[in-house]
Write a protein that binds this ligand. Structure first.
Ligand SMILES: C[S@@+](CC[C@H](N)C(=O)[O-])C[C@H]1O[C@@H](n2cnc3c(N)ncnc32)[C@H](O)[C@@H]1O
Length: 272
């Protein structure tokens, strides 16, 4: 692959997803895109880059971008945000009107483990009037999330066995989420770089382990857009390696709760 090819594919992926591919990712490009080249009968990455110059190659551009996303996820990933959520929700619900439908957004949900982990917590807390909205850029992972079928390896990562037995049933050597859990969750293809205003307000937003792939400017832009969708007393959770510091003033870290953020209070009016 020549350097121009790398630069043009990296530029396309960044424009479509925000994901930054640094020049040391040449090998990753080759391995991740090899199946797509084979399937489409394209002889090389250089030939692919030439094809992608044609604006009519929209579906190929989408497939290339999706192939370069990293979809690693697990149930109750990192533990702490889910423990915090468990402690947060009773108080948050107490502040809402009786008929309030709790809304939680799992932005960049990958194959759905995060959204289903949240659904298990709500079930445990007896919160039934709720909607968990899982979104991701990648069509393939959104489809997998919707199916709610996980391998033995996937359920062994982070899912306590009593939760597995309670919320999943075995099916052809895999584990399928029970309908009661699946009914609480809705998945949709959605780009974090897009417009979210039509989604309305969320009480809680999870946006974990995706900002790490973006440059600071994109991180700031996405964080501000998420802030606009969060209820004034809502909470946003980021991944362990992510922060808002130096990116936006819209959020403030919640003291002592790693990865949890609230909206920054508007400055109190100075008495004259
Ligand atoms: C590493 S996974 C994180 C999954 C989950 N949030 C977790 O923490 O386990 C990152 C996900 O971000 C998605 N992603 C990357 N860029 C995106 C974008 N611009 N909009 C929406 N999702 C994106 C990828 O498709 C991938 O599934």
């Amino acid at each position: 692959m020549n350097t121009e090819t790398f630069a043009s594919i990296a530029a396309l992926v960044k424009a479509r997803s925000g994901i930054v591919l640094t020049p040391d990712k040449g090998y990753m490009l080759e391995t991740r895109l090899a199946p797509l080249l084979k399937q489409a009968g394209i002889p090389s990455l250089d030939a692919l880059a030439l094809k992608l110059r044609d604006p009519r190659m929209e579906s190929l551009a989408r497939e290339v971008t999706e192939a370069l996303t990293t979809n690693e996820s697990s149930f109750f990933r990192d533990g702490k945000p889910f423990d915090h959520l468990k402690r947060l929700l009773p108080g948050l619900m107490a502040k809402r009107s009786p008929g309030h439908r709790l809304r939680i957004w799992s932005a960049a949900c990958s194959t759905g483990q995060e959204a289903y982990s949240i659904a298990m917590i709500l079930t445990e807390l007896g919160i039934r009037n709720a909607e968990i909205f899982g979104t991701d850029l990648s069509r393939e992972v959104v489809e997998r999330a919707r199916q709610g079928v996980f391998t033995q390896f996937e359920v062994q990562r982070g899912l306590p066995v009593q939760m597995l037995v309670k919320h999943f049933r075995q099916e052809a050597g895999k584990w399928r989420v029970q309908p009661s859990l699946q009914d609480m969750v809705r998945f949709e293809e959605r780009n974090l770089l897009g417009e979210h205003r039509t989604l309305g307000r969320f009480d809680v937003i999870f946006c974990r382990n995706v900002l790490i792939y973006f440059d600071p400017q994109t991180k700031g832009r996405v964080l501000n857009a998420l802030g606009a969708q969060l209820a004034p007393d809502g909470v946003m959770y980021l991944g362990g390696a992510e922060t808002v510091l130096g990116l936006t003033e819209r959020f403030t870290p919640i003291a002592g709760e790693r990865g949890a953020y609230s909206l920054t209070a508007a400055p109190a009016r100075m008495a004259l």
